[in-house]
Design a protein around this ligand. Structure first.
Ligand SMILES: C[S@@+](CC[C@H](N)C(=O)[O-])C[C@H]1O[C@@H](n2cnc3c(N)ncnc32)[C@H](O)[C@@H]1O
Length: 323
């Protein structure tokens, strides 16, 4: 007899199992592409965006959450080493990563940089906490009207909603009258609170696929998805643990609770607008567009993927710690 557990506990266990599997999940041979895996310009653009903020800090720490293979870290650090040696020399970089397997991969890829450390807790610091596709991996509760989703073996069981934190969330976000499935990101909110507490001063940058409250009607069945070998799996229960299960990020919740935790939203914009408002990205884009050799054409198409197919689905949230 399988144990009855709420969807949140089920998802937490399966995401952990999945990311700890000792096999590659990224890129053409894996299960999905992320923007840092597509091209180094992504991490370089993030690095370029952060320069003015880092310049103001005395001894900043960049903390990356869920760093995958470590490519964004590599591209950010390489960009500063080459273009902003004064930022590079005072900068420290920490990675918070759940998967022992990925930690080892990251250590190899980042072995040329002696300023990277791995942490089990986010340190208290002046700095910037950043992530790409981290929040979507955090477990969510699932509710519909006055019921919460539980799982027994691979069967869905709907039980009366009792959890007070979920009820408070629905009230605060004005979702109590919605009839659709709603994912409740209590873990993401707890994480956001930790981020705020650990920032003595500085910023939080989160890039992910997600929605605002005004866009929720587009997902009447919720947004939970399982990816395996670049395909969406219809039955997430049978492939859980060996496929990537994620839920789109509720950015309205991150902004609303951010206020309570002392994080003021500077902006929320689409990934396309974020990239297109960055002088470095535009420079690379223009230079590639002017070339005819096959490798430049290929790179240009990867940049277009970041702008077009990912451009609207992904959003960039930038928050500042209120002092
Ligand atoms: C979709 S991958 C994104 C990787 C990378 N940021 C990128 O863009 O290529 C999610 C990352 O978050 C990590 N992760 C998932 N859940 C986590 C948790 N609860 N705590 C820390 N890291 C977690 C995974 O191991 C993985 O490195």
């Amino acid at each position: 007899m399988g144990e009855l557990k709420n969807f949140r506990d089920f998802m937490e266990q399966k995401v952990k199992e999945y990311y700890s599997l000792p096999c590659n999940k990224f890129g053409a041979g894996g299960d999905f592409f992320t923007a840092p895996e597509l091209d180094s310009v992504f991490g370089e653009t993030v690095a370029h965006f952060l320069v003015p903020f880092l310049k103001e800090m005395e001894r900043p720490l960049l903390v990356e959450l869920g760093a995958g293979r470590g490519l964004m870290a590599r591209d950010i650090l390489s960009y500063y080493r080459k273009n902003f040696p004064s930022v590079f020399s005072k900068l420290r970089y920490a990675i918070y990563e759940i998967s022992p397997y990925l930690r080892e991969v990251q250590k190899k890829i980042l072995s040329e940089f002696d300023k990277v450390t791995w942490v089990d807790e986010i340190p208290t610091t002046e700095g910037i906490i950043l992530s790409n596709e981290f929040f979507d991996a955090l477990p969510v509760h699932v509710v519909q009207e006055d019921k919460e989703l539980f799982i027994k073996n691979t069967e869905e069981v709907w039980l009366p909603l009792k959890n007070k934190k979920i009820k408070d969330f629905l009230e605060k976000m004005n979702y109590t009258n919605l009839k659709q499935r709603i994912e409740i990101p209590l873990d993401a909110l707890e994480f956001l609170s930790k981020i705020s507490k650990s920032l003595r001063s500085g910023f939080h940058l989160a890039i992910d696929y997600g929605y605002t409250s005004a866009e929720m009607y587009r997902f009447p069945q919720g947004t939970l998805t399982a990816y395996k070998k670049h395909k969406v799996k219809n039955d997430i229960y049978s492939c859980a643990g060996t496929a990537d299960i994620s839920a789109m990020v509720n950015f309205s919740a991150l902004m609303e609770y951010g206020k309570e935790f002392g994080l003021r939203t500077v902006f929320l914009k689409s990934q396309r607008d974020f990239l297109m408002s960055n002088g470095y990205f535009i420079k690379v884009l223009k230079s590639l567009a002017g070339q005819e050799n096959p490798s430049a054409v290929e790179r240009l198409s990867r940049l277009k993927t970041m702008l077009i197919s990912m451009g609207d689905r992904f959003k960039v949230l930038f928050q500042c710690k209120e002092l």
